[in-house]
Design a protein around this ligand. Structure first.
Ligand code: NAP
Length: 522
């Protein structure tokens, strides 16, 4: 059976439960899980009532899981064991397709007997035997899986644990990959998010989505809209190729939205994930080793961003992989492709994305940058990539930065001039590039460059992309200067990665629209 997208109904009374059922059905739920432990004044009669309601609601009757979770395993209200068993037995009699009971409680004879008896009288229904660890991994997940099946061979084992790091997810993936039979395995928490999405690729029996942000019943649960719109859940198959952005934090990255939109437009069986890799070089290396060792996961390529761009370079160098020469000079890699021989190919698309944004706006080619006088404001990661690219193209660069020592260091590496930010008043440049975060949302009323410095014969490029039109760009326009916004660079960078990922061209218009729509939602 294909993985079902299950929506928990976690309501305090029957009216609210009915509203949630209707909302879940309209949002595209494929299965409903009644978390009856959320119902106040719970009785077996209420559960029967709810099942009857679902049988009559909507055009298509959705299958139902009835759960009455023990508080020790995440249940909402602390109902007595006897009532919880009674609810499950009643659910089976009322026609629920599945009941979910805690494995720890099932092995107690007084609980097991009535449940086994009710199951034997309703042979079409199945028992989910679940185990949860809200703190960390299980000591031995494979053994737990075997133990559950030893006790009840027809059960669907459900093993759910908190991932404290994305690297904790690989045990769940291995279990899904290596064992046969129906099972539900995923990780909770932000670090476990990808396990909920690729559950379908790995053939988990179900994966859970909430109706909206407020109604999540477990940490890290995605909404049904995110599953369907952002991650194209309906199109995921066991053959889906995986991509993702390795970052920390990663929650606000727009890369999943732009790449998945382009994959969808071209009907490609590819999925782009947010990959939260906490920690430094060691954790980064472990993540890549975990992925490369498991070819069956079909990971193909990665975007790499803060704080891992240097780690990506060091990984590739230590591994003897191909590194694009300018990426080595910049000291940062933002794109990794896994070759068929499992060797990596490492690139930096940041500098070319920025250079292309400049040359297309100025109507020149890269040769046209030779001798151009450029002011770069900032000396961080983006400044470094842009300075390296412009310097490679032969531009004359002056770096201004708040921390002068950083400007001095960067200038020395790429043979540029440098000065403190206060000296910007004296600048004389044809191209001004802001590589600081000044002017970025929510502090949009500030600009790194005094208005008086802006002239009509200049081009002004702000790498900040939220908002698209920063105060710096507004003032540059007022001065009659040409302007280049940060979204152009973002899109160019996305297009360059898309080309490396797929060997085809993505749509610049679709990427820009997706970025603007996503920024509006924030
Ligand atoms: P970074 O390495 O942290 O560097 C930040 C730079 O901003 C440093 O030069 C820092 O100066 C300066 N800065 C920060 N706050 C300042 C303040 N209040 N006053 C003066 N200077 C300040 O960051 P990054 O990776 O280079 O990113 C910089 C910006 O680039 C981001 O904020 C983002 O808006 C933009 N960006 C755009 C794209 C795109 O595709 N368009 C991609 C990535 C990033 P000090 O050295 O003195 O700290």
């Amino acid at each position: 059976m294909e993985t079902k997208l299950a929506v928990p109904i976690a309501a305090k009374d029957l009216d609210q439960a009915r509203q949630q059922v209707n909302a879940a059905i309209s949002a595209g739920a494929e299965l409903l899980e009644f978390r009856t432990d959320y119902l106040e004044g719970l009785s077996a009669e209420m559960v029967k009532n709810l099942i009857t309601y679902v049988k009559s609601a909507g055009d298509k009757r959705l299958p139902i899981i009835v759960t009455c979770r023990d508080q020790r395993q995440g249940g909402a209200i602390g109902y007595e064991q006897q009532l919880r068993v009674e609810v499950l037995v009643c659910a089976l009699k009322a026609g629920a397709e599945f009941i979910d009971f805690e494995y720890d409680n099932f092995i107690i004879a007084e609980n097991q007997e009535p449940i086994q008896q009710a199951l034997s009288q309703n042979p079409q229904a199945r028992l989910i035997l679940s185990a949860h660890n809200f703190e960390t991994k299980f000591p031995d997940i494979s053994k737990l899986h075997r133990d559950i099946l030893d006790v009840c061979p027809d059960a669907i084992p459900k093993l759910v644990y908190a991932a404290n790091h994305i690297n904790d997810c690989f045990e769940a993936f291995d279990l899904l990959h290596e064992t046969s039979g129906d099972k539900i395995v995923f990780c909770m928490g932000e670090a476990g998010l990808i396990s909920r999405i690729i559950a379908k690729k790995l053939n988990s029996f179900v994966t859970f989505a909430s109706i909206d942000d407020q109604s999540a019943t477990a940490p890290g649960q995605l909404t049904i809209e995110q599953f369907k719109q952002l991650y194209h859940y309906d199109d995921i198959t066991s053959e889906t190729k995986l991509f993702g952005v390795i970052a920390n934090p990663v929650g606000h990255s727009l890369s999943p939205a732009i790449h998945n939109a382009c994959f969808g437009e071209k009907s490609m069986n590819k999925l782009y994930l947010p990959l939260l890799v906490k920690g430094g070089q060691q954790e980064f290396d472990s993540f890549l080793h975990n992925v490369i060792e498991r070819k069956w996961l079909n990971f193909v390529g990665f975007s790499v961003t803060i704080p891992h761009k240097q780690s990506a370079l060091e990984f590739a160098q230590a591994n003897g992989d191909f590194v694009e020469p300018l990426a080595e000079k910049i000291g940062a890699v933002n794109t990794l492709i896994i070759g068929s021989d499992s060797k990596l190919i490492a690139y930096n698309t940041d500098y070319s994305a920025a250079l292309d944004a400049v040359t297309s706006t100025l109507g020149i080619d890269r040769d046209g940058l030779r001798g151009l006088s450029v002011t770069v404001v900032g000396a961080g990661g983006v400044a470094r990539a842009i300075v390296a690219g412009l310097s490679d193209a032969g531009a004359q660069i002056h770096i201004y930065n708040r921390t002068v020592s950083k400007a001095e260091k960067l200038a020395a590496e790429f043979s540029c001039d440098f000065a403190p930010l206060d000296d910007l008043m004296d600048m004389n440049a044809r191209l001004v590039v802001n590589c600081t975060s000044i002017g970025m949302h929510p502090n949009i009323e500030v600009t790194p460059v005094p208005q008086e410095c802006l002239k009509s014969d200049m081009a002004v490029f702000d790498t900040v992309y939220n908002p698209a039109e920063t105060l710096l760009l507004k003032q540059a326009q007022q001065a009659g200067a040409k302007t280049i916004d940060g979204i152009s660079m973002f899109v160019n960078q996305g297009l360059a990665q898309f080309k490396l990922f797929t060997d085809t061209d993505g749509s610049a218009e679709l990427m820009r629209k997706t970025i603007c729509d996503s920024l509006l939602k924030e």
